[in-house]
Design a protein around this ligand. Sequence first.
Ligand code: SF4
Ligand code: SF4
Length: 262
Amino acid sequence: MGRPTLAVWKFASCDGCQLTLLDCEDELLALAGEIEISHFLEASSAAGEGPYDVSLVEGSITTPADLERIRHVRAVSRKLVTIGACATAGGVQALRNFADVEEFASVVYARPEYVDTLATSTPIAAHVRVDFELRGCPIDRRQLLEVLAAHLAGRPPDVPVHSVCFECKIRGNVCVMVAHGTSCLGPITQAGCGAICPAYARGCYGCFGPAPAWSGGRPNTRGLLPWLDMTGEEADRLLSTFNVADFREEAPPGGHSDDAPQ
Ligand code: SF4
Ligand code: SF4
């Protein structure tokens, strides 16, 4: 029996999550020994024919052609894993979901009539069945390896669904909110990065999206916002980045008070 086959697919995205796979420098040879990387156009133009045992899908659905292609990817994939905020939440390009995409196109493109796009940017799970969602912008290298190793071992991936705050405690970080009054989305953000930003005295800006996303629970986003040292408008902007669609589901713009708790 041959090695399991892996395919990597790109939709609307910046390629950063695919690069995370190439960034597994120390582990890449061992991985290639266990899995046949059969279709990965970012790394090789030689594309094997499906079906594939595992497909990693980066990017969101933003065009009519994407809609057709993701159904094909699902049909040729035994397991489909979405990687990154674009694929799991629609990405920063989901800002269009709250605006007029035709107005955006007219500002950005000299000939907007050539642009064939959808009014929204949506996650892969909105269109086809997804076996696992790996969050982050970009995804974490160790979590990606864990998902692939779990597949090889036939067990569920050990990917935490708690918040970044847990990772700060594990890492021994001083809490930037308590110690310095720095606004931080760590309490409502999915773990996985190892609390990188607070480790460098910066507030988390939520690139892993709302926690605990995979388990179906919901963070208390509205409860946190009044505690941030910022106006309501600034808080709206903080939530309007890579996971804007998911965060705005939790806290619509202007849906909180500018009055900080006493
Ligand atoms: S999730 Fe972030 S790093 Fe990954 S493809 Fe999207 S924009 Fe790039
Ligand atoms: S601390 Fe927050 S913003 Fe920084 S990398 Fe981690 S999840 Fe992303």
